[in-house]
Write a protein of this length. Structure first.
Length: 600
């Protein structure tokens, strides 16, 4: 087959020959945009290939598909790498973006390049000033002295979500806890909605459980069965409304305030052996017989809420980031204050459709995002921040969606051999040496594979087919180049049988585009070929294979009957990439004591 003699040359010739119409229902598919601190390897490409396959699937169903691409280009890794090579962060980042675009072009993904964005471009981050004004005016952006996590190695503040096992998420160094006056976004205000409104998403149970576990809302519903009076020094108080909660291990301090908002006393509640123990009151001021008036909610119920979420510390003391506030000092140099890079990745989806006015009403017809594809390591950190900004924009009437992402797809890693060398009794990762083990492709392990080299040898379609058929999308795979020979022979077999004109019963691949089944596509096609390998059967098979291997499919379909294709709405019967999961269950543990009942 001539294709395999020079696959990139042939793919470049047929790149712009789009044989499908784009109209009707709008579909928004988005990959988690790449971070240009280095170069892409095949592990990254699995994400972008999967997104392109889904988009081509929808295009075959005559949907109008929007698949943008961008660059999350600010942040610590790019700055640290630029320092290592003694180059400015801007030059380092821009050079990486140019090379990564070259790598992506080799895969022939069908991106809307006119809508390409870069978060280090002023036209992008200038909108953050407007967003911060909205936050500040609505008391969502506050400056206060509070406990923060300090990364000594990176020399900056980290948010609560960026610390794992008391280690920095990037530096992997021990974190110091200190008090500092800095800027926070009020996440606690949205903790209840972040927890409860997960039910609006068609996400997998695994992703929902990750989010619920991190938010960790404990909702105490206190049902007032009778009037409860507490006796203190012969005075009787009617406990009515709880204003504030401070958490200290298993002791909950309920601060009761009167109409003048003056604290009257603290009440301690202990949980021991599934019983509620209420301690004596600690009088903070002299008082006579006082009744604290209050408004009881429906059914005589009021609630306490305790959450693991903390307010988001967004200020960073680094140069390469979106500017927050500049403060001039005596020698007229700038004291750099930048924003956490996760803030930008929490709203960049707004910028893809209109850079002139990100709050334009016309763009709302594209939302919510139908499919958002990325690694499961982002299910906690990135997605919580993105959902927080979504709810804030919803409150500001920027758009009408409580949740902006309809479906999330997590792809597994690609593992490759890791080699090490011993130097001064230390293991140093290298491209050759002693085989250490198999780990996910990464720059630090020096086991990443440049996709350009593989595509020049095998062609982009064969790599796409390999990454889809090797294992389930959600599972990790081990890179083995020898498997590409098997797939090459599979394509050659199809090409050699295009002239089989006999007619037999035609078979269809049912539900093959379900993400849990798509990796079985080769084995199912081989079973069909045992029964029928005529050109009529191959024509149907190629329609299924088109989203995965678009270039080879076009070549073979042209050989059969000059690109006359089937009705895809018959082949692709259901929108089976979406999985419904609208149920959220709450664990209920009942504690009772005298007149009151508390449900957790």
């Amino acid at each position: 087959m001539k294709y395999f003699k020079n696959p990139t040359f042939i793919e470049n010739k047929i790149l712009n020959k789009n044989i499908f119409k784009k109209k009707y229902k709008k579909i928004f598919c988005l990959s988690m945009i790449p971070y240009p601190s280095g170069k892409l390897h095949l592990g990254h490409m699995r994400n972008y290939i999967l997104t392109d396959i889904i988009c081509r699937y929808y295009m075959n169903k005559k949907k109008s598909v929007f698949q943008p691409i961008g660059w999350d280009s600010f942040g610590l890794p790019a700055e640290n790498e630029s320092i290592k090579y003694n180059i400015s962060p801007k030059k380092w980042t821009i050079s990486n973006i140019k090379y990564m675009k070259k790598q992506i072009f080799y895969f022939k993904n069908n991106y809307n390049w006119k809508n390409e964005i870069s978060t280090c471009n002023f036209n992008f981050y200038k909108w953050e000033f407007l967003i911060f004004i909205l936050l500040f005016k609505n008391d969502l952006l506050i400056k206060k002295e509070d406990i923060i996590f300090w990364d000594e190695k990176e020399n900056c503040i980290l948010s609560n979500e960026q610390v794992k096992n008391n280690l920095g998420w990037r530096s992997n160094s021990l974190i110091k806890i200190k008090k500092k006056k800095t800027w926070f976004i009020n996440m606690k205000k949205y903790s209840k909605r972040l927890f409860i409104e997960l039910k609006y998403n068609n996400w997998s149970k695994k992703i929902i459980n990750v989010q619920k576990k991190w938010i960790n809302n404990n909702l105490f519903l206190i049902i007032k069965m009778k009037k409860i009076f507490f006796q203190i020094n012969n005075f009787y108080l009617n406990i009515n409304k709880i204003k504030n909660i401070n958490i200290n291990k298993k002791i909950y301090f309920l601060i009761i305030k009167n109409k003048k908002k003056k604290t009257i006393f603290n009440l301690k509640i202990f949980f021991k052996n599934n019983k509620i123990i209420i301690s004596n009151f600690n009088i903070l001021k002299k008082m006579k017989k006082i009744f604290i008036n209050f408004n009881i909610e429906k059914n005589n119920v009021y609630s306490l809420k305790i959450t693991k979420l903390k307010n988001w510390a967004i200020e960073r003391n680094r140069k390469w980031g979106s500017p927050f506030f500049y403060k001039k000092i005596k020698n007229k140099k700038k004291n750099y204050k930048t924003i956490d890079t996760f803030f930008q990745s929490s709203w960049y989806y707004l910028f893809f459709l209109n850079s002139i006015n990100i709050f334009n009403i016309k763009k709302k017809k594209w939302y919510p995002i139908n499919n958002y594809i990325g690694g499961e390591e982002h299910n906690n950190l990135h997605l919580i921040y993105l959902r927080l900004l979504t709810k804030i924009f919803y409150d500001f009437n920027i758009f009408n969606n409580k949740e902006i992402i309809k479906n999330i797809i997590n792809q597994g890693f690609i593992n490759n051999k890791v080699y090490v060398k011993i130097f001064n009794n230390k293991k140093i990762f290298s491209k050759n040496g002693y085989l250490y083990n198999f780990q996910k492709m990464s720059k630090s392990k020096k086991n990443g594979i440049n996709p350009i080299y593989m595509i020049k040898k095998w062609g982009s379609d064969l790599i796409r087919l390999y990454l889809i058929s090797k294992n389930s999308i959600k599972k990790n795979i081990i890179w083995e180049q020898k498997d590409l020979n098997y797939l090459k022979n599979f394509i050659i077999y199809i090409n050699n049988n295009l002239n089989n004109n006999f007619y037999k019963k035609v078979y269809y691949l049912k539900n093959i585009f379900n993400l849990s089944k798509i990796h079985n596509i080769i084995s199912k096609i081989n079973k069909i070929f045992i029964k029928n390998n005529s050109k009529y059967q191959i024509k149907i098979i190629l329609n299924y294979l088109y989203p995965i291997i678009p270039n080879i499919s076009k070549i073979l379909l042209f050989k059969i009957n000059k690109l006359k294709i089937l009705n895809y709405n018959i082949i692709y019967k259901k929108n089976i990439f979406l999985k419904k999961n609208n149920k959220i269950f709450f664990n209920k543990i009942i504690y009772s004591k005298n007149d009151s009942i508390i449900l957790i």
